[in-house]
Design a protein around this ligand. Structure first.
Ligand code: DGY
Length: 332
């Protein structure tokens, strides 16, 4: 039997590739930009494994192109909204992802964005660089206090809880919402409320839910209208959880005070996008997990998931665990 060929859709930290190279033929798209759709289809054809990123759409068409030899898909990210999980499950293909290793790093960034927007750091730096720092001015660049504020967390999963733990240190009151209360909420002193109450009461709203049909545009015109005019929205989850046009209107009209976004819809945000013209909108390019140590851990975990799948072993971090359950037959 020959060596398994795996297609790796991007340049990733060497530590991940070093695990793969001794055991499989690594076909690497050696670039920082994603492979175009036709190249992705072509290179996945006949591969035994696919190591992909959140920018690669893995749908029925791609799985068809790959053919029956594809035994595992492993994504170097925790979110898998770019992958049609049900289609993979139907074909018996486990999908790996990287939960846990990026929790703290992403929570650090969420809090950094919250602080930066609250204290207007991007505006302040731009003013200094533009020579506008003429003297100490009592009313200039006055922002919002984070300490003692009420923070609303949408989605109290691992990252949401890590954010709550950090903000408790600032003396914040923590509210959270989601499909249902979670038992771990007590550990981080968070109180469950419905979304509407959270939006009305929070000084900061920070999003940590996955992108699903239920959460697409969860923060729309109506949701933004419920927020305080002094409130700040932080998004480190997925761009499409927020309706970008509604957000633009809310920021431009002063309906809410500011937003800080690590994720946008679309990504990348074109340089002439109206959100980028607003001084009260801070945007960074999806860098939630971007520390050297965390990206290395993600690459290693993605490689380990891929190798387990090639060996026919259950993946340690599987986004579609139902793939391991026997199919249900209707009762006779
Ligand atoms: C993820 O893992 O889903 C993040 O968005 C990128 O680290």
């Amino acid at each position: 039997m020959g060596v398994d060929r795996v297609f790796v859709t991007r340049r990733i930290p060497d530590e991940g590739l070093d695990l793969l190279r001794p055991v499989c033929a690594v076909d690497l798209w050696d670039d920082d930009l994603p492979p175009p759709a036709d190249v992705l289809r072509e290179r996945v054809r006949g591969a035994a494994g696919l190591l992909c990123l959140l920018t690669d759409p893995v749908d029925e068409a791609l799985l068809d192109a790959a053919g029956p030899g594809l035994r595992v898909v492993s994504q170097m990210a925790v979110g898998v909204d770019n992958i049609e999980l049900a289609a993979c499950t139907r074909r018996g293909i486990p999908v790996g992802h990287t939960p846990g290793v990026l929790t703290e790093t992403t929570a650090d960034l969420a809090v950094a964005l919250l602080l930066a927007a609250a204290r207007r750091l991007p505006e302040a730096q731009a003013a200094v660089r533009a020579g506008e720092w003429t003297t100490w001015k009592p009313l200039w660049l006055a922002g919002r206090d984070v300490h003692g504020s009420t923070v609303g967390i949408v989605g109290l999963g691992r990252i949401g809880r890590a954010v709550a733990r950090r903000l408790r240190g600032f003396g914040c009151r923590i509210l959270y919402t989601g499909p249902r209360p979670v038992p771990e909420a007590d550990e981080v002193g968070a109180r469950f409320v419905e979304l509407e109450e959270l939006l009305r009461r929070s000084d900061f709203v920070t999003l940590h839910c996955p992108l699903t049909p239920q959460t697409r545009h969860l923060i729309d015109e109506r949701a933004l209208a419920l927020m305080k005019p002094t409130a700040i929205l932080v998004n480190t989850s997925r761009g499409a959880v927020v309706d970008p046009d509604a957000l633009h209107r809310a920021l431009a009209s002063g309906r809410i005070a500011a937003a800080a976004l690590d994720v946008t819809d679309p990504e990348p945000l074109p340089p002439d996008h109206p959100l980028l013209a607003l001084p009260n909108c801070l945007v960074v390019p999806h860098i939630g997990s971007a520390s050297v140590a965390t990206r290395t851990r993600m690459a290693v975990m993605a490689a380990e998931n891929l190798l387990a799948g090639l060996r026919g072993e259950p993946l340690r971090h599987c986004a579609n665990p139902e793939v391991y359950r026997p199919p249900k037959h209707p009762p006779r």
